[in-house]
Design a protein around this ligand. Structure first.
Ligand code: ZN
Length: 511
């Protein structure tokens, strides 16, 4: 079992050390709920849908977030055998300043099966199934994962933090993003773990595992981890910054994504602090890796892309979807002023010419292209959906566009824009001669458009088109159109839009 930790200074996320659906599933993840009646994933406490998660009970919210995270992996790794993850929530270590968030690992290990890439070498169960093409473990759950139920608002645990079960990676305050932690833990279960006994250095039953064959200590002799004596492996596990991952895929991508820290030569460092940390050492990237990676031993912020871990899994033999060659960072959807801002950074191992942004309503079919037929420029890092539908769960997809027009999709990000509470008062005076004022009130900051139309619906004048803060505002109309000409006597319509909310009043100009 490998754990993910959180350390916290005061009430703020992190420190000391750093850390951390697709449309076409390449593998099916089955979440197997192993909690007892009424607790954990079966908790019937009422819950308010949040961050794209439509659940109405706490247990269902947990299951939904778990499935959402599992499906992010399901879009990447390929297997004809469903991957069964047993999940439970139990009390794990938690103090006011640190917590074990979750822990996970493969349930069984296998070697010598048909399809194995290396002889006499252990594979985690899910990977053995994928390579064999059938269930080598006879339908048993492949991965066991446990999450800390002590994180429930109790001040004695991380100062009262709770889990955040939204899909959108935007936990409020000091809450912990469950999707990120599930994604991390499943990463271990898929094979981001060694089966070496780190305390003794002994191989499991004397055999290598697919993780350890890609490790070396540099400089040292012998450098490769499998060739070391047990005592040398014990020393290597505490040899920062010497322990590094030699797999070609992850090493190649580390150069493409321009890590600014965490390399030893051209290879990504593994976590090997001077004092062995059981459950953390070796089976994580080094906490020095920057930008931060999902598979560091300490959580820093929400992350919904496995990053370099995808390539590590490619190195240990996982068949992967084609879109694995892209690393998405800082991918998120932020709701502000009734608009949704998407941000991302994208690093790829093949030429990319630009980006497209799509939106879909959860529960409705079809994606809507928001960014226009012509791809956004390669340097684009954000896109604002100015007038998204309100009150619905929205899923956004950023796609990197190849020279031939085909696309590589990022993990979807979710957002929900609450309807804006709007009041548009009758203009005063009304009827009016020459000029009039109209008051409106917003219950939050919002992108606002206030326009005057004539009785036939033609736009006469735009009075406001910008983000306004929550509260009361007054707009003035001098009875002129957009070209500065005085308009004729008659009926006019003043239309206020904020997000998808609309209010209308009729005005009469009498000269
Ligand atoms: Zn971990």
């Amino acid at each position: 079992m490998n754990g993910l930790y959180l350390r916290r200074a005061a009430a703020l996320l992190l420190v000391g050390l750093l850390a951390a659906s697709g449309a076409h599933a390449a593998a099916t993840f089955v979440v197997v709920n192993r909690d007892g009646p009424g607790e954990g994933f079966n908790d019937a406490t009422p819950w308010t849908p949040t961050g794209g998660n439509p659940a109405t009970t706490l247990g269902q919210a947990r299951l939904n977030a778990f499935q959402y995270a599992a499906d992010l992996w399901g879009a990447l790794v390929q297997s004809s055998v469903p991957i069964r993850v047993s999940a439970r929530m139990d009390p794990l270590t938690c103090t006011p300043t640190g917590a074990v968030l979750g822990q996970a690992g493969t349930n069984t290990v296998h070697r010598g099966f048909t399809g194995a890439l290396l002889a006499n070498t252990w594979y985690p169960q899910a990977l053995a199934n994928a390579l064999a093409g059938f269930d080598v473990a006879n339908q048993q759950d492949d991965i066991g994962a446990t999450f800390n139920s002590a994180l429930n608002g109790d001040a004695g645990c991380l100062g009262g933090a709770g889990w955040y079960y939204g899909f959108d990676g935007n936990p409020p305050g000091s809450d912990i993003d469950f999707v990120t932690v599930v994604l991390h833990e499943i990463g271990h279960g898929l094979g981001f773990q060694t089966f070496v006994d780190l305390a003794t250095g002994a191989k499991l039953s004397g055999f290598n595992d697919m993780f350890m064959v890609h490790i070396e200590r540099a400089p040292a002799v012998p450098p490769d981890y499998p060739s070391m004596s047990d005592a040398e492996r014990v020393a290597a596990a505490a040899s920062d910054p010497a322990l590094r991952w030699t797999g070609v895929a992850a090493s190649y991508m580390a150069a493409q994504v321009t890590l600014t820290a965490g390399l030893n030569g051209e290879h990504v460092r593994l976590h090997a602090p001077g004092t062995l940390q059981p459950g953390s050492s070796v089976s994580h990237w080094s906490t020095s890796v920057s930008p931060n990676e999902l598979m560091e031993p300490v959580l820093t912020s929400p992350m919904h892309d496995p990053g370099l871990a995808k390539f590590l899994l490619l190195d240990i033999g996982w068949p992967m979807d084609a879109s694995v060659g892209v690393v998405w960072r800082d991918l998120r959807a932020t709701v502000a002023g009734g608009a949704v801002q998407l941000t991302w950074r994208c690093e790829a191992d093949e030429p990319i010419v630009g980006f497209r942004v799509y939106r879909e309503h959860a529960g409705k079919t079809g994606q809507e292209l928001l960014s226009g037929e012509r791809a956004l420029d390669l340097g684009t890092r954000s896109f604002v959906d100015r007038r998204p539908p309100t009150g619905a769960s929205l899923l956004y997809t950023v796609a990197a566009v190849r020279p031939d027009g085909s696309e590589l999709h990022a993990p979807q990000v979710a957002a929900t824009v609450a309807a804006v509470g709007l009041v548009l008062a009758q203009n005063r005076p009304n009827p009016f001669n020459a000029a009039t004022e109209v008051d409106f009130v917003l219950d939050r900051d919002a992108a606002v458009r206030l326009r005057v139309h004539d009785a036939a619906g033609r736009l006469v004048r735009t009075l406001v088109d910008e983000v306004r803060t929550a509260g009361a505002h007054t707009a003035f109309w001098d009875g002129r159109d957009g070209s500065g000409r005085s308009v004729a006597s008659g009926a006019y319509v003043c239309r206020l839009e904020a997000g998808a909310s609309v209010r209308v009043v009729r005005m009469t100009l009498l000269k």
